[in-house]
Design a protein. Structure first.
Length: 123
């Protein structure tokens, strides 16, 4: 738990450094830091796995405030619900396309750098 607290503390120091036009939430910065530390093997998975697993059990409880806020905003959903749904669908499609092309690019780059014969179609 101390590792998560330390990462969240550092994230809370970094978050205000972003411009107001592009705010980045503290938990997002924390996730990026944790991922980086795990990837670089600075933090071992065993150190955070037990606490992370117990926190996953609280996810449904943590989303209750979001559901309550959504229910409180039903008038906005009535007025702009179709626009919101269209934006969600379009952004999801755009995200999938960007991820697919980015993955294809990195596969191609790996083939060029390491001279492997694996094609994108095989993956």
């Amino acid at each position: 738990m101390g590792i998560f607290a330390a990462i969240l503390f550092v994230s809370s120091l970094i978050s205000p450094l972003f411009p107001p036009e592009f705010p980045v939430p503290t938990p997002v910065i924390g996730l990026i830091i944790l991922y980086t530390l795990l990837t670089l093997h600075i933090i071992k998975l065993e150190w955070v796995e037990k606490f992370a697993t117990s926190m996953i059990g609280f996810i449904s409880f943590l989303f209750v405030p979001s559901g309550i806020q959504l229910a409180a905003s039903l008038d906005i959903m009535k007025e702009q619900g179709l626009q919101l749904i269209l934006v969600i669908i379009l952004s999801t499609i755009l995200l999938l396309v960007v991820v697919a092309y980015t993955a294809s690019f990195f596969i191609w780059l790996k083939q060029v750098i390491f001279h492997t014969d694996v094609s994108v179609e095989e993956i």
